[in-house]
Design a binder for this molecule. Structure first.
Ligand code: 0O2
Length: 271
């Protein structure tokens, strides 16, 4: 097939990948904006390389005419979660979307592949708008944890190196590593609440500190320098104490001071 023709065939897949990466990043952003834990930790996407498409077609006995119908993962999206539990949440989010029509779900988590591979796959139809009209294509969405992703990335590169000739010893070691990944995910799931508490409190603290710094910066414009320096020193002292309650209280006091200056400047402009 001509290079130009490949480009034409793959263009809608690239568009689908670009759009879906933006959309899933937006899902993550929506959780973050609402100060909620996002079940999606990372989003990536790729269009399968021509050589990989041809290799897969050959492996599966697919003819050139049937390539786009029979190869479901030309457009691939990967959604990485922190915890196994998040995978189900992400699957539910996808099932509810109007822009994705699910064709098939493959659960390699409940039942891993003989290689040890674990991931949840959704094959879905997605429509892109091109200059020649709407085009409905298939995309494969892989949902897995950080640990599963680590294993599969390493295993994939070894598969690429050895093709069908991976030494048995290495295969066994990879299976053992897959069991270790499973154990790690289970262990993490058991301390999930504690990890999430810690992450939430870190986020809360970061938000309050950024509010305080904003308040101090704004005071620079309205208050006298000596007072702002005093407030700043007070902040450094509280910051060193690392006490969340004190930070919250301090921030509230700053809000009141800022409000006072705002009222003063309104009064000043009236008089
Ligand atoms: P690449 O290079 O990632 O694109 P099926 O007919 O359903 O049995 P199919 O179409 O290969 O077979 O679907 P399957 O098994 O769900 O695999 C689709 C993709 O999942 C693969 O694409 C891999 O990305 C990933 N995958 C599946 N099995 C394994 C595995 O054992 N190890 C790793 N690392 N990844 C796996 P490609 O085209 O094989 O590869």
């Amino acid at each position: 097939m001509e290079i130009q023709l490949w480009r034409e065939i793959l263009a809608p897949y690239q568009l689908a990948v670009d759009e879906l990466v933006v959309k899933f990043n937006h899902v993550k952003q929506q959780y973050q904006n609402a100060k909620m834990y996002s079940p999606i930790e990372m989003v990536s996407g790729r269009v399968k390389r021509v050589t990989s498409i041809l290799e897969k077609a050959q492996r599966k006995g697919v003819s050139m005419e049937n390539l786009t119908e029979k190869i479901e993962d030309i457009a691939g999206i990967r959604l990485i979660c922190q915890f196994v539990e998040d995978i189900e949440t992400v699957v539910k989010i996808i099932r509810k979307r109007d822009d994705l029509e699910i064709k098939q779900e493959k659960d390699y988590i409940t039942k891993s592949k003989p290689s040890g591979y674990r991931s949840y796959h959704i094959i879905a139809y997605y429509t892109v708008q091109t200059v020649s009209g709407a085009k409905r294509i298939e995309v494969e969405i892989q949902i897995r944890t950080l640990a599963m992703n680590f294993w599969s990335t390493i295993e994939h590169s070894l598969q690429y190196k050895y093709k069908e000739h991976m030494p048995d010893e290495l295969r066994m070691r990879l299976l053992r590593a897959a069991d270790a990944v499973d154990a790690l995910d289970n262990e993490m799931a058991s301390v999930r609440d504690e990890i999430m508490d810690a992450q939430n409190s870190n986020k809360r603290k970061a938000t309050i500190i950024s509010d305080i710094l904003n308040n101090i910066e704004n005071l620079y414009y309205v208050a006298n320098e000596r007072e702002v320096t005093k407030i700043q020193n007070e902040f450094f002292k509280i910051y060193r104490e690392d006490d969340m309650q004190m930070l919250v209280r301090f921030n509230k006091q700053l809000d009141i001071i800022a409000e006072m200056y705002r009222a003063q400047s309104v009064l000043g402009s009236i008089v």
